[in-house]
Write a protein that binds this ligand. Structure first.
Ligand SMILES: Cc1cc2nc3c(=O)[nH]c(=O)nc-3n(C[C@H](O)[C@H](O)[C@H](O)COP(=O)(O)OP(=O)(O)OC[C@H]3O[C@@H](n4cnc5c(N)ncnc54)[C@H](O)[C@@H]3O)c2cc1C
Length: 392
């Protein structure tokens, strides 16, 4: 396969050119071409799934000169890539587990995204409070964030440590009782679906084709080629296949190698009217019992809270949100950010919720690779199964 990578200047010029038109007519024409075999040569690469992983892989491959086809069973960013916490961050919490390399890599990717997608990835000051009896006391937060600054090579605004009064001046909604102070530090937020769409548009600019609403029902090998069967019986031939089907990655798609590859876990968000929780900046909340943190993020007229982390089995698209999930979130967050006025009313707890996904506790190397929003072109090491996401 050709592997000619364009230089940065050529890439930058290409990004300024509008991508080829892409609407129902173009998608129909592509589907017809595939169906009638008008284009008999096999694709260099077939990417199954148009989430951020598929988008990043397709963009990278197209930039290397490969003929790429991306196929999604639903719409672009239909899966977890439009249902994340919308954070582009280095994973502060991974410092606690000594995942220095992971955090360094994530911060490097954040820097890269600031550069190549500055209109979509915005730096924001996060407030990480510590209360009496918290698992992470203020001194630990301070040490952690000092390391975080160093791992970002001091290219972001350095953290600040605040006493209780200064913390409440910044965020008056925080419960005063037991408050020891907080650390204010920089991370970033993004519009996840738009980042995915933009990455796919960039892939298309470099020649990739994208077909939506065409689920792959089977993948098999025929001689040197891979053959994907689409739901309408159409066959697609490719020299290589990358399965980026997120939580849907299954035995059906991967054959025997996909057996028990993933164990699912459900993570939900709750969206409130901003008036119910009018925060001034994102706040990080420590879970009281588990080793995990949650985020409360103001987003225009809304504030969203997330996430839970519950083991799940079944179809990821039907995971739903239970009252227990919502109660758990409100309980954990209400501990330091009680409801305002008449109380919080969830505007939406996304209908069919989507599971986080991760590999079950198998050999380390195999279980700790996954993708996240920041990994636009490559996968990223993650935590093990029970605490999965590097950037969520
Ligand atoms: C609750 C939660 C919060 C998160 N928060 C963050 C965060 O703040 N920051 C961050 O960086 N990451 C976060 N993540 C992680 C991030 O969302 C995921 O790592 C990322 O979206 C995974 O993208 P993906 O492309 O691999 O999968 P997905 O986005 O799920 O894409 C898979 C795609 O495959 C398609 N597909 C499935 N089966 C088939 C088939 N048979 N044929 C064709 N297409 C198929 C689906 O339609 C879907 O579009 C969070 C995840 C969760 C669940």
């Amino acid at each position: 396969m050709p592997a000619t990578r364009r230089n940065n200047r050529a890439d930058a010029l290409a990004e300024q050119v509008a991508p080829p038109a892409w609407g129902p007519a173009e998608i129909r024409a592509l589907a017809d071409r595939i169906r009638t075999g008008a284009d008999p040569a096999p694709w260099d690469l077939l990417v199954v799934g148009a989430g951020i992983t598929g988008a990043g892989i397709a963009r990278d491959a197209a930039m290397r000169g490969l003929r790429v086809l991306v196929v999604d069973g639903r719409d672009l960013a239909f899966g977890t890539s439009s249902r994340s916490s919308r954070l582009i961050h280095g994973g502060v919490r991974y410092l606690e587990q000594g995942e220095i390399g992971l955090v360094y890599e994530a911060l490097r990717e954040r820097r890269r995204l600031y550069k190549i997608a500055g209109h979509l990835v915005a730096p924001v000051q996060f407030l990480f409070p510590a209360y009496r009896g918290d698992r992470l006391p203020l001194w630990k937060l301070r040490v952690g964030l000092t390391l975080y600054d160093a791992l970002s090579l001091y290219r972001s605004r350095g953290h600040r440590t605040l006493g209780p009064a200064a913390t409440r001046r910044l965020e008056p909604l925080l419960v005063a009782e037991g408050l020891r102070g907080a650390v204010s530090y920089e991370d970033a937020v993004t519009d996840d679906a738009r980042l995915t769409l933009t990455t796919l548009q960039s892939a298309r600019r470099h020649g990739a084709e994208v077909l939506t609403y065409s689920p792959v029902v089977a993948l098999r090998r025929e001689g040197p080629l891979h053959v994907a069967e689409l739901a309408d019986g159409v066959r697609v031939q490719a020299r290589a296949v990358f399965v980026a089907a997120g939580p849907w990655t299954s035995e059906k798609l991967l054959g025997a190698s996909g057996r028990q590859l993933l164990s699912l876990s459900r993570g939900i968000h709750i969206v409130l009217k901003a008036a119910d929780l009018p925060l001034r900046q994102p706040v990080v909340v420590q879970a009281a019992k588990e080793r995990r943190i949650l985020f409360v993020v103001p987003w225009g007229a809304r504030t969203y809270l997330g996430t839970t982390d519950t083991a799940y089995e079944g179809d990821p698209g039907a995971s739903g949100v239970t009252t227990a999930d919502a109660d758990e979130l409100f309980r954990m967050i209400g501990r330091i950010l009680p409801s305002q006025g008449s109380g919080m009313t969830a505007l939406s707890a996304p209908g069919p919720g989507f599971g986080r996904w991760c590999a079950p506790p198998r050999p380390r190397a195999a279980t700790r690779r996954s993708s996240c929003l920041a990994a636009t072109a490559s996968s990223r090491p993650r935590r093990g199964c029970s605490r999965w996401s590097a950037a969520s």
